[in-house]
Design a protein around this ligand. Sequence first.
Ligand code: C2E
Ligand code: MG
Ligand code: MG
Ligand code: MG
Length: 287
Amino acid sequence: KVQRDADETFLFYSAEMDQRAKDHLRLETELRAALAGGQLELHYQPKVSLRSGRIVGAEALIRWRHPERGMISPNDFIPLAEETGLIFEVGNWVLEEACRQIRAWKDCGLAMPPVAVNMSARQFDRRLPARIQDVLERHGVQPEQIMLEITESLLVGGFDNVIAIMNELVAMGLALALDDFGTGYSSLAYLKKFPISTLKIDRSFVIGLPDEENDCAIARAIVTMAQQLRQEIVAEGVETAEQMAFLRDLGCDQLQGWLFSPAVPAVDFALMLRNGKRLTVARANQA
Ligand code: C2E
Ligand code: MG
Ligand code: MG
Ligand code: MG
């Protein structure tokens, strides 16, 4: 009986794994076609100053407009791209497209704030600074125009190597942000060794503000620490006026979230900038 169960379990898993492998292979093939066939897009989500209410930055977020399955979220294909190594091509496309778009906006006379681009750990190799230099030069984009968002997982292992690459990027004039802060497991002691100008509080700590005591304590600790380290602090996933008021009173610098705007196509982002769309920053204790 035990043996039979084991056999059935094995059959069940192997069939499931087979299906998974097939799904992966198909997705990989389709992603290659998407890269070649112009199905990828960057959308832009504004970052807003909690002092002025103005748009002070943007995050470029990739979207896959699949011909049959509609818009596919990066969470559903970036991990696969990382596994298969396709992330190099995807990452290069993202850098190229962001710089092309920034150039186009500048040529229209738009005053562009810095645009942040997400980086996977695997893209972070020795050739990255040269590759970025090349893209910037070809599009005539200043390095100060670009911020790179990296996650804590990148900081695991090979610290010296990673720090050297980071320093090179910062020396070039790019800014670095630590994304999804608080969800990884990098030691706080390392934090001061990285040439990072911005910390992004992960959405999972923002959700419970201002009612969840634990989330409030974590948000407060992160903001206090960032201030001590002279880092800008951005809260991600801000959806309510109450969350905004709490973060503002903590001294958080910027927010990014649906309260102000989701990520939108480039044309819509340009309209927001041009129209001077602003956040109404209410005080928490206002009657
Ligand atoms: P992330 O870098 O932490 O980006 C923030 C995510 O939160 C985005 O999801 C954004 O659309 C979403 N978000 C922003 N405000 C709110 C809000 O108020 N409420 C909620 N519920 N969500 C909000 P998205 O665009 O689906 O991207 C997911 C993740 O995929 C990103 O997380 C990033 O890690 C990765 N990703 C996106 N674009 C790229 C890319 O070009 N390259 C790489 N390597 N990764 C990317
Ligand atoms: Mg990000
Ligand atoms: Mg994030
Ligand atoms: Mg995130």
